[in-house]
Each structure stands twice: as structure tokens, then as C-alpha cells.
Design a protein around this ligand. Structure first.
Ligand code: GLV
Ligand code: MN
Ligand code: MN
Length: 416
């Protein structure tokens, strides 16, 4: 592969500066957390809207809180190629997951506008409002509204303070009854392209900057409850205990064992024991389960075996088991023609045989695919680290991603 020298480090610097600006918009003084429909979401939308305007886009916030912008093509009103990513974060987040893709998209549009090229489609940029699901547990809420896959049952979801999604919409100045206004008619979009940090080590290990994404892993998430009986930590003999945490611990290990066996990825990211006394046997444990894989069948088989193991463990220990599904997104394939455009974009940076692999992380394209073909460009991140403040990218890689993303958009234009 040729050693790519960044064409325009100034643009990359601007993008990285803006990532820093967005990282400063956090609900916590000590770390980055910016969740759906929060005051920080409002602030971030306003800032992104300003950058979109400066880049020459006409802006609006849609009925689901997604920040959008549009640049007309060679004539007004043409269907649009949608570019973007998300601006919400996980707790104690890095500053590139999502945000980098939005800022790259804005910069691509500005470059194309300044070049004077007239495209046979409009360009739109979207900063999705909720890809991570940090606040309400159910992810992709912004892109699901846009893609018309909204489920009115979600209005009852609550955050950790008991605020419902419907109330949060109102607090943000949105009308729940109008959420369907965010829906984009399928014919209004010709496709969706997203650039994202890889969030894994494949590119770095291969000493490559960019990759074509082939598909996005399908994920299912559950709220699991193990019920036992609380009691005195000193006085209760082991043979009389119904310790929910010891039972849950067996299951956490089982998640890892089954995942490795079936080639899927299982994670328990949150676990809480109740009542939570140092000298009290845990009577109830709640934990999250995130199961994902390249193939939905493998993921679902792993889930079946996990459920069987949980029921056996609970019968043996006299515990109760419940698993409520809170999120499901099946695996999606990236579109062949748009994948070719991404590959052509990477080729324009000198890598004529780009790596291509599936995304272990979920992305808004999983929802957008319901109304338009999707594809993604991956960019190397340091150590493959993500969902952590140590997320880092190289400026030269950002410059390469920008060139590749712009070339991919132009390639879509020439192939139409
Ligand atoms: C989103 O980042 C996910 O894959 O969980
Ligand atoms: Mn993420
Ligand atoms: Mn992301």
C-alpha cells in the first residue's frame, strides 16, 4: 500500500478541533456523557447546526431531535445521498465515536460545494440524536424515527430518573405526536454513507488506515433479573442461602464461555445487587446482556443456550430468572454498489485493495437500511479502543478518511 500523505491537514485539524469542542459539551464535569434529549444534546445540535450553516447547508432539526442539513444538487428537490453519524455518547465516552462521522460529512459537503461540482442528487448530513441508547436503553431511536420503524410502545421507556421518553421529548421541545414527521419517504433518499472509527484493532494490526464495511453485526439486548432471598450475611448458613449474586456470577461466566464457543460477542456491561448492603445476602440482581454476532442465527442459538443454562442454574440454586428484551437490531448487509463507491474512495487515497470486514459495533445504518441502501467507511483508531476516553485517531488518518469519503460521494455520482 502506498504511504498516503494527507492532502489537506487543515481540514483534518478543523475536524479534530470540532471533536474537542463537542467533547466539552457534557453533563458531567469529569468525563464525557451526552445523552438523548438532554440540555447537552440541545447545545450540541445548535453547534452542529452552526457548522452546517457555515458549510453552506440549509439546516433544520427534525421531529425526533436529529440535526439535519441539506445542500441541493444540480437542481432543487432531487433525492438526497444522506451522510452522517450520531452525536450522543456512552457514559465516560471517547470523543470520536459518532461525532467524527458527522464532522467528516459536513466537511465533505463543504468541499464539494466549494469545488463547484453539481451532483445529480442533493447531499444531506444528519447528526443522529440517539445511536447508543444510553438514556433509555433502546438504541437507534433517532435513525428509527427517520426510517419509519418507530414503535409507540417506546414512549413508556424511562430513564434512570423515571422520566419517560414521551416526557423527555416534551422537555426538549418536541411533540411526541409528531415523531412520525421525522420519517423519510424511501424515494427521497438514494443511500446512506457513514464514516466511523473502527472500534476494534483490525486496521491497526494490519497497518492500514481505512476499510470497507461489509455488514453490521446484529445485536439483542436484555434486562436480566435473578431473584433470590436477602438475609443476614453472618447468620445464614450456605445451605440455606438463595444468593442472587452468586447465581448471576455463574451466568456472567457462562455468557463469555458460550460466546467464545459460538463465535458471537456477549457482554454484561451493567450489574447491580439489591438491597446492596455489605452484610446482606443479595436478594435480587439485575444485569444487562448484550449479544451480537455477524450472523443472527449464531447469536440466537447462543441466546437459547444461555437461557437454558440460566434456568438450570436457577433450579439448582432455588432462584428466579427473567430476561426482558429491550433492544433488537438484526444484522444488515452493506449495499454492493455503495460498497464499491467506498472502495473507490479508499483507492483514491492510494490503497487500491482496501481491507473489507464486518462491523462488530452497531450503527444507525441498521435502521436507515429500511428506507435506503447503506454503506460505511472505517477509519483506524488507536489500539482499537472505543467507548473509553482513550479513544484516539491520527490526524493523517482523518485527512485520508476525508479524502476517501469525498471521493466515495463523487463515485456514487459517476455511477448513476
Ligand atoms: C454502539 O456503539 C454499539 O455497538 O453498542
Ligand atoms: Mn458507540
Ligand atoms: Mn457509534
Amino acid at each position: 500500500m502506498s504511504r498516503y500523505v494527507a492532502g489537506d491537514l487543515t481540514d483534518a485539524e478543523l475536524i479534530l478541533d470540532r471533536c474537542n469542542d463537542l467533547a466539552g459539551i457534557s453533563s458531567h464535569p469529569d468525563y464525557l456523557e451526552r445523552v438523548h434529549l438532554s440540555p447537552q444534546h440541545r447545545e450540541a445540535n445548535d453547534l452542529v447546526a452552526r457548522w452546517m450553516t457555515e458549510a453552506g447547508l440549509t439546516t433544520w432539526q427534525d421531529a425526533a431531535g436529529n440535526q439535519c442539513g441539506r445542500l441541493e444538487g444540480r437542481e432543487p428537490g432531487l433525492p438526497a445521498l444522506l451522510l452522517g453519524s450520531h452525536i450522543d455518547t456512552v457514559p465516560d465516552a471517547g470523543r470520536y465515536d459518532g461525532m467524527l462521522g458527522v464532522l467528516l460529512a459536513i466537511q465533505v459537503v463543504e468541499r464539494i460545494r466549494l469545488s463547484g461540482v453539481e451532483l445529480p442528487f442533493a447531499l444531506e448530513v444528519v447528526a443522529f440524536s440517539d445511536e447508543e441508547g444510553t438514556r433509555f436503553g433502546n438504541a437507534l431511536l433517532g435513525s428509527r424515527a427517520l426510517s419509519g420503524t418507530w414503535d409507540d410502545d417506546w414512549w413508556k421507556l424511562t430513564d434512570k430518573d423515571g422520566i419517560t421518553l414521551a416526557e423527555a421529548f416534551q422537555d426538549f421541545g418536541l411533540d411526541p405526536a409528531r415523531v412520525h414527521g421525522a420519517f423519510r419517504r424511501p424515494g427521497s433518499l438514494i443511500g446512506y454513507l457513514e464514516t466511523h472509527i473502527e472500534q476494534g484493532p483490525i486496521l491497526e494490526d494490519a497497518d492500514r488506515r481505512l476499510a470497507v464495511v461489509t455488514s453490521i453485526a446484529g445485536a439483542r439486548r436484555f434486562a436480566v433479573t435473578i431473584t433470590g432471598k436477602a438475609g443476614h450475611a453472618g447468620g445464614t448458613p450456605f445451605d440455606r442461602r438463595k444468593d442472587a449474586l452468586v447465581g448471576a456470577s455463574e451466568l456472567v461466566i457462562e455468557v463469555e464461555r458460550l460466546s467464545k464457543q459460538y463465535g458471537v460477542i456477549g457482554t454484561v456491561g451493567r450489574l447491580q445487587a439489591f438491597p446492596g448492603g455489605i452484610n446482606v445476602i443479595p436478594g435480587r440482581v439485575e444485569f444487562s446482556l448484550d449479544l451480537r454476532g455477524e450472523f443472527d442465527d449464531d447469536r440466537d442459538e447462543c441466546l437459547r443456550l444461555f437461557t437454558k443454562a440460566a434456568e438450570e442454574m436457577c433450579a439448582r440454586r432455588g432462584l428466579g430468572f427473567d430476561a426482558t428484551e429491550i433492544y433488537r437490531a438484526d444484522a444488515v448487509m452493506c449495499d454492493p454498489a455503495l460498497k464499491d463507491a467506498i472502495a473507490a474512495g479508499i483507492a483514491a487515497t492510494g490503497d487500491t485493495e482496501p481491507l473489507a470486514f464486518w462491523s462488530r459495533a452497531g450503527h444507525d445504518g441498521m435502521a436507515v437500511v429500511n428506507i435506503a441502501p447503506i454503506a460505511m467507511l472505517f477509519l483506524r483508531c488507536r489500539g482499537g479502543i472505543s467507548h473509553h476516553p482513550d479513544e484516539a485517531v491520527k490526524k493523517a488518518d482523518v485527512a485520508a478518511a476525508l479524502d476517501a469519503f469525498e471521493a466515495a460521494v463523487l463515485s456514487v455520482a459517476t455511477s448513476r
